[in-house]
Design a protein around this ligand. Structure first.
Ligand SMILES: Cc1cc2nc3c(=O)[nH]c(=O)nc-3n(C[C@H](O)[C@H](O)[C@H](O)COP(=O)(O)OP(=O)(O)OC[C@H]3O[C@@H](n4cnc5c(N)ncnc54)[C@H](O)[C@@H]3O)c2cc1C
Length: 142
């Protein structure tokens, strides 16, 4: 539960880590496979990101030194201004609902977001804890 009462915390940004779940100890901390930059709506891959990914990859698997890079993409991970997903009815509209803005955790959070959203649409309320903190109305009228 986030300090705002939301059922999730804003996604961490900037690096990927592996944590030992029994001790909480960070086992490795690296950017590997992807990078993350807060650059707005920009889908241009950069040479810096490619070089960082490749050098980290070669540290883990040196035998890939002569491997050929066949594709390099940049993708968006949409985030809201407060870092929390936007899930619920759009104020001022009838029957318009949003379930978006989960940044790098949209797959992880998808079942909770969809469960709460389905209940909101069918029943007008949900018992998913803290769901009110994700309400689009927190940004004002559309
Ligand atoms: C590189 C990368 C790594 C990620 N890793 C993780 C991870 O490890 N764990 C995790 O939980 N999340 C991860 N995410 C985030 C996750 O992928 C997203 O949060 C999630 O996919 C969002 O789901 P969505 O259904 O809202 O949107 P999307 O998955 O973007 O689906 C939207 C769909 O709508 C379609 N569409 C768009 N416009 C139109 C239109 N006009 N008409 C018809 N169809 C349209 C698109 O083609 C797309 O299929 C990652 C994202 C990226 C980019």
């Amino acid at each position: 539960m986030s300090p705002l009462g939301a059922p999730c915390n804003a996604p961490p940004w900037g690096e990927l880590i592996a944590v030992d779940l029994s001790s909480g100890e960070i086992k490795w901390k690296s950017i590997l496979g992807t990078t993350e930059e807060l650059v707005g709506f920009d889908e241009t891959p950069t040479n810096e990101a490619r070089d960082k990914i490749m050098s980290d990859l070669l540290k883990m698997i040196p035998s890939l030194l002569d491997a050929e890079l066949v594709q390099h993409t940049a993708c968006l991970r949409p985030l809201s201004d407060d870092g929390l997903p936007i899930v619920g009815k759009v104020p001022g509209w009838q029957n318009l609902y949003l379930g978006t803005g989960a940044g790098r955790k949209g797959i992880l959070w998808s079942t909770g977001m969809c469960h709460g959203l389905t209940e909101l649409i069918l029943n007008g309320a949900t018992d998913v804890p803290g769901f009110a903190a994700l309400d689009p109305a927190r940004f004002g009228q559309a």
